[in-house]
Design a protein around this ligand. Structure first.
Ligand SMILES: Cc1cc2nc3c(=O)[nH]c(=O)nc-3n(C[C@H](O)[C@H](O)[C@H](O)COP(=O)(O)OP(=O)(O)OC[C@H]3O[C@@H](n4cnc5c(N)ncnc54)[C@H](O)[C@@H]3O)c2cc1C
Length: 433
């Protein structure tokens, strides 16, 4: 590495969390180095999805004018599918809360902001170790090189190999993570707007559950971008692995995504579109359970996915905005520490306190039981089956006009689920959703 050997702060990882910290620290006049293992910032990021704007505006007030915003989400759609049948509800939003984007483009924009503020970003450098001596973080090691800094921000994302080496977290288990697989389909913007019934620049976020995951926990997503559509599946790895062991999941996950793309209900939305990209990546499932034993030590702060700060509500994923908020809180705590004697353990304690008072922590706590839902096939198999069957009884009757409640009760009976069991299961999760 042909770079100076001492910095105020080294940030490991140029994701949203690392870029937010680096930007704010560099803007405050500190000497910041960001090390990114990917070839080019954003090359390890996967998705086209939805990012909540306000937490990002709190760091970059110019977001709306400058960021790579594809479309402002004006519609949220939710479908339960079974076979060729689907039951869909849609909500039309009244204001601009979130936008669709490709994360690779968004982090490139964030990294440029950090560079313009004075941070040095070096890619293709994988940090192998956070160097600690006598309980104090001294810098980072890559190959034979050590780069020194008064503080290190660990923004390495979901894998957390560096934190594992420091003993701050345990090894990830399959029940802590999910696999996201996506395809990008290129399509003329006018066709996107016509088919999804959107005005110009408006976007749609669509969550799908049911047999597109073979009834396994997880679901599908569809996001409309400027001139493309991002589709894919997210499958919690624990339940999928257990299903594979029992022979219930024989397909490769890429075949499931292909079947989703070719599904008779959905395929007309992207007729004539070309698949221009595909990929897979791991994401956090377990939220609070993944929080490191401590978010700080003498000279170290942990931010973003590495700290378990992804809020998965079951119908939406908020990881970018929570990463940016934690990056901001870490930068603020570090600036305070630099101004008050240095980044000692005592001075960095305020970061954990700030996190615990922030919306990240309260949201993680609010949704801490969501794991029970996400690993229970009942919600992904029986509920979509019964809902779709009940709808078919209501809308596919040749002669008699069935009653609403009776249709659901009959569908539940045919699927062998008792009303009591359903009420019990729904009751258990009611407070968690
Ligand atoms: C399929 C999928 C869909 C998603 N959808 C959404 C969505 O719609 N909305 C949303 O808000 N969130 C979504 N998320 C979650 C969101 O992407 C993450 O929560 C967010 O990116 C976390 O930011 P981060 O900066 O903590 O980590 P990351 O974005 O993972 O960044 C970490 C960076 O560190 C680098 N790195 C790792 N180890 C090292 C090392 N040793 N040395 C140097 N560099 C290293 C990585 O290459 C990476 O660039 C989704 C995630 C997935 C996988």
């Amino acid at each position: 590495m042909n770079i100076p050997s001492k910095f105020d702060t080294i940030v490991v990882g140029a994701g949203p969390a690392g870029c937010a910290s680096a930007y704010l620290l560099a803007k405050a006049g500190f000497k910041v180095l960001v090390l990114e293992r990917g070839r080019g910032v954003g090359s390890k990021e996967l998705w086209g999805g939805k990012a909540y704007a306000q937490p990002l505006r709190d760091v970059w007030p110019e977001l709306d004018k400058e960021a790579p915003i594809h479309r402002w989400v004006s519609k949220e759609r939710f479908s339960l599918v079974w076979g060729e049948r689907a039951l869909t509800i849609e909500y039309k939003l009244g204001r601009k809360v979130a936008f669709t984007t490709y994360l690779t483009e968004l982090v490139n924009w964030m990294a440029r902001k950090a560079e313009n503020a004075g941070a040095l970003i070096v890619d293709e450098v994988r940090v192998e170790e956070i160097v600690v001596k006598d309980g104090k973080v001294l810098g980072v090691k890559s190959g034979d090189d050590i780069v020194y800094a008064d503080a290190v921000i660990d923004a390495e994302g979901v894998n957390r190999l560096l934190l594992e080496k420091l003993g701050l977290v345990d090894k990830l288990s399959p029940d802590h993570v999910a696999l996201g697989v996506k395809e990008v389909l290129s399509l003329d913007p006018k066709l996107i707007e016509e088919r999804f019934m959107l005005n110009r620049n408006e976007g749609l976020a669509w969550f799908v559950a049911g047999d597109i995951t073979l009834g396994l926990p997880g679901g599908g997503f569809i996001y409309t971008m400027r001139d493309s559509i991002s589709i894919g599946l997210v499958l919690p790895i624990g339940p999928a692995a257990r299903a594979a062991e029992k022979g219930l999941l024989k397909e490769h996950v890429s075949s499931l995504v292909e079947a989703f793309r070719l599904h008779p209900y959905f395929r007309s939305f992207w007729r004539e579109a070309d698949v221009i990209e595909y990929g897979g990546r791991m994401t956090i499932e377990a939220g609070l359970k993944l929080m490191p034993r401590k978010l700080y030590m003498n000279g170290l702060l942990v931010v973003g996915d590495a700290a378990g700060f992804l809020v998965n509500t079951g119908y939406t994923i908020r990881g970018v905005d929570t990463a940016v908020i934690s990056g901001k809180l870490a930068a603020e705590a570090l600036i305070d520490a630099f101004n008050n004697g240095g980044p000692t353990e005592e001075n960095l304690k305020s970061y954990e306190e700030k996190v615990k008072k922030s919306y990240i922590y309260s949201e993680l706590k609010n949704h801490s039981g969501i794991g029970d839902v996400m690993s229970d096939p009942f919600f992904f198999q029986k509920i979509p089956q019964v809902a779709v069957k009940a709808a078919s009884k209501l809308f596919e009757a040749d002669y008699e006009e069935p009653k609403l409640i009776r249709s659901f009760l009959n569908a539940a009976k045919e699927e062998n689920i008792s009303l009591l069991k359903t009420i019990y299961k729904l009751g258990r999760v009611a407070g968690k959703l």
